[in-house]
Design a protein around this ligand. Sequence first.
Ligand code: GAP
Length: 444
Amino acid sequence: MDIQVQGDLMEKIVSLCKRRGFIFQSSEIYGGFNGFWDYGPYGSMLKKAVEQLWWNEMVETRNNVVGLDSTIICHPKTWKASGHVDRFGDIMCDCKDCKTRFRVDQMPDPKTCTNCGSHNLTEPREFNLMMKTYVGPVFDEEHIAYLRAESCQPIFLDFNLIRIATRQQLPFGIAQIGKAFRNEITPRMFTFRSREFTQMEMEFFCADEGSMDWFNYWREQRVNYYKNKLGFRDDEIRLHPHDKLAHYAKAAVDIEFLFPFGWGELEGIHHRGTWDLSQHQKFSEQNLEYLDQATGKRFIPTVVETSVGLDRTILAIFCHAYCEDKAPTQKEGMDEDVRIVLRFPARIAPIQVAVLPLSKKLNEQAEMLQKKVSSYYRTELDVTGNIGKRYRRQDEIGTPFCLTYDFESDNDNAVTVRERDSMAQERVPIAELKKYLDNKIYGW
Ligand code: GAP
């Protein structure tokens, strides 16, 4: 049924996202703001659903991982200790003629301006990616603070408090979902590289001995999640071990997704050694050692991290889900035409169930049904246009199930359920809808 997606897939996704209110440029009325994106009504529902899926997978279904929701701005010493203030940057150079700035590692020839061909370039220099602000009434060096560049640092700051409060013993993890900010020089590829984005990170604390087993465990867990929960195919994701490792790390691997512009990093699994806790112990002068009750030994725990961008996950979901196939049409002189469908997994679709009255005369009953169904699923009442057009509109926003309330429904207390991917229709009694949809959406 699928036909080749014609034309540039990225362009189609960007345009669909704007047209249907998923994702659009921030501050568009001022000409937009490069590297910043807003999630509209359907986009924010999708975002929350993907967040919840990750949280459920990483925290709610595990007894040895707990959650945190920390501030975005934390003590400025944090970023000195973590190394971000001194070393978190890209090596850049400027063309003195056309004034374009480049990341040196992305230039085909570091001696030639990629824009105008000039050789009149500045010496390469480091450009720090941390976003600065001031806290307090005085705007001077002493009052500089930073918007966090990764959501995980507060996890290390709060490690002891959380361990004691939750009575967790090693090995255990702390997870956090939250905003991160980087002054990226070349934000690009829609939301792929943004200046404000959301990360979903989990830091797993363990003894150094056995830490590579945990690294392998989390790598497997995360790959299985992409395959089983998001439905990514074997040819869409791959593992890419890092060529260079930080001096404190034993291993690092990226899970990459095949975006329309090529393979790109989706998630990093990092062995961080004892680096972060040791640094915060040194800078805070607080003891962050763990006492092993069984052996009586004190040591700084080793950390294995899983770190993924929510925005990149959503972009990958769009790339995976976007599809064009053929469907019957009521257009004059045509039996079928191209149908755009977002084949989102039903559990994360922004609208899981749309309720469609066949005629305006049935709006009231349909609205009553939608109210009932909305206790269990994300729903929408879709009343305008002929039924065929409404199905297409729902296909385009990825709604897996449409319930059509027709003139028979008043008599037989049943509705027609139309399934997005197969377009198959089935009559289901209203009393059995929950059981039917739970099974289809969650496999219960
Ligand atoms: N705590 C480790 C860390 O932050 P990272 O590889 O810099 O590691 C982890 O980032 C993930 O965050 C990436 O795999 C990516 O999904 C996401 N990410 C990083 N920079 C991003 C950006 N500028 N825009 C969108 N997502 C980004």
